[in-house]
Write a protein that binds this ligand. Structure first.
Ligand SMILES: Cc1cc2nc3c(=O)[nH]c(=O)nc-3n(C[C@H](O)[C@H](O)[C@H](O)COP(=O)(O)O)c2cc1C
Length: 455
């Protein structure tokens, strides 16, 4: 049996997923503006042989665009928040092996600039960056980027297809492998004949190129995706190398993984070109009793308001609230269809209602127990087909340290966690190669452009 992969799922903000926990006496996430909180965490994760630190991000507030943000501000619910890409350059120089993943929405940056930023980070980190491709669910974010409304759900994935097309052209096709010469004797820095314009012309973007950075170690960063709707799964099956799921049971995970792997094969890829990571939040105790005691302490800090506002299903488009007994089936959303579906499938004995949202999300994918019990559970999930764990936190510091110090040794003993890092880029660690494989659509642009446009 192969070992599992481990990502630490965080956000450059005070309250990411588990709202209210920042108030815990040991929690320091309220100090997220202090870069040392993150460099300390990154070093600790690297000491624990985590594969990557993965930053979520959004570029607007949750809920209706004109709605109140009183709860957001009170809870520190992803406001204030800082740009993860800037932070990653600090983490890159403080680590050697840890993968550095961040989320960037296709609406937030022009693809030419985004491709350049990514290549720069890939150079700085010696090939350890990953991009979580998101299409966004927030009306408020759309309004921050020149739009009147968030485009319809499936149209956002069409937008993403053009966006990735532009960045793949820049990363893979613009520079030949030997275009950077740097020959002091001959006085040649780079060979123009081997640097190509891409001349992209599409519905949203016009990009001539060439790409300004020379090829970085991975060229295309490792590609993460987490869409769960039909359109999201189809996009992920074509493009993602790592997919993030939060399935309510191993059976539901197995179903979704099988379906997406089949879609990938239909798109010309191999089933194992994609790694699946299930999200978990762990509560670890040396005895079951201790774990339960820690869980009740965590419960005492939970803010249900925070969870409900985060998921936005409590509010109508005009900002007024649904009554708490409204069935989830009565809610229409242009936001995350995948998440709404997940919520409906999580309550099986009755019709889930709005009042369930906070409670359900607070207890999502939570595993409580001794290190051995946690390892037993992870084996069940691994048999269902997951390749890795995307670990949420309750407290920074605290949650990752508990897992590294107590659970990792048991996992390592059972062959479920790596004993050392494979040297080299993040993609080499995960898949054995620095560059994206030939079956991926990005690879089609290698050697695709000529220098006919050089004048
Ligand atoms: C583990 C995980 C992490 C995610 N991180 C982000 C994020 O950082 N920013 C974001 O806008 N969406 C994030 N999403 C949302 C998805 O990328 C996706 O946009 C959302 O599920 C809506 O797409 P869908 O309707 O196809 O499911 C995340 C989802 C999951 C499961």
């Amino acid at each position: 049996m192969t070992h599992l992969r481990f990502n630490a799922f965080v956000m450059n903000t005070g309250s990411h997923v588990h709202h209210g926990q920042w108030r815990h006496p040991a929690a320091r996430q309220a100090d997220f503006n202090d870069v040392r909180l993150w460099t300390d965490l990154a070093k600790r994760l690297e000491g624990g042989l985590f594969d990557a630190i993965f930053f979520a991000d959004v570029v607007g507030l949750y809920g209706p665009a004109d709605g109140s943000y009183e709860v957001h501000a009170r809870e520190g619910l992803q406001i204030p928040s800082n740009d993860p890409a800037v932070l990653l350059s600090a983490l890159a120089v403080n680590t050697e092996h840890l993968g550095l993943a961040f989320t960037s929405n296709v609406l937030q940056q022009h693809p030419f600039q985004f491709a350049r930023q990514m290549s720069t980070l890939d150079h700085i980190s010696n090939g350890r960056v990953a991009w979580n491709i998101v299409t966004g669910t927030l009306e408020g974010a759309a309004r921050n980027f020149n739009l009147d409304n968030l485009p319809p759900h499936d149209d956002r994935y069409d937008w993403a297809r053009e966006y990735v097309d532009v960045v793949y052209k820049l990363w893979e096709g613009s520079w030949d492998p030997d275009a950077l010469v740097r020959d002091k004797q001959r006085g040649i820095f780079a060979d123009a004949a081997k640097i190509h314009k891409i001349n992209h012309r599409g519905p949203r973007y016009r990009v001539d190129g060439p790409h300004l950075p020379s090829p970085s170690p991975q060229r295309t960063p490792v590609l993460y995706q987490a869409g769960a709707s039909a359109a999201g799964k189809a996009f992920a099956a074509e493009h993602a190398e790592a997919i993030f799921i939060i399935a309510p049971t191993p059976q539901v995970a197995a179903e979704g993984i099988r379906e997406t792997r089949e879609l990938a094969v239909r798109a010309g890829r191999r089933a194992d070109d994609i790694k699946f990571y299930q999200g978990f939040a762990f509560v670890v105790g040396s005895t079951e009793e201790e774990a339960r005691r820690k869980e009740s302490e965590i419960e005492s800090y939970i803010s249900l308001d925070g969870y409900q506002t985060h998921r936005s299903y409590g509010a109508r488009p005009d900002g007024t609230f649904y009554p708490p007994d409204t069935p989830l089936s009565a809610i229409d959303t242009n936001g995350s269809i995948g998440l709404l579906d997940w919520l409906r499938r999580s309550v099986t004995d009755r019709e889930p209602v709005i009042a369930d949202v906070g409670r359900l999300i607070a207890s999502t994918a939570r595993i409580v127990g001794t290190p051995e019990q946690i390892a037993d559970q992870l084996v069940v999930w691994q048999r269902a087909g997951i390749d890795g764990v995307n670990m949420f936190n309750w407290h920074i510091p605290g949650s990752y340290e508990d897992f590294i110090d107590h659970v990792m040794p048991v996992l390592r003993e059972r062959g479920l966690a790596q004993r050392e890092y494979v040297p080299g880029t993040l993609r080499r660690k995960l898949f054995g190669t620095d560059l994206i494989n030939d079956r991926h659509p990005a690879a089609a642009y290698r050697g695709a452009f000529t220098n006919a446009d050089i004048r």
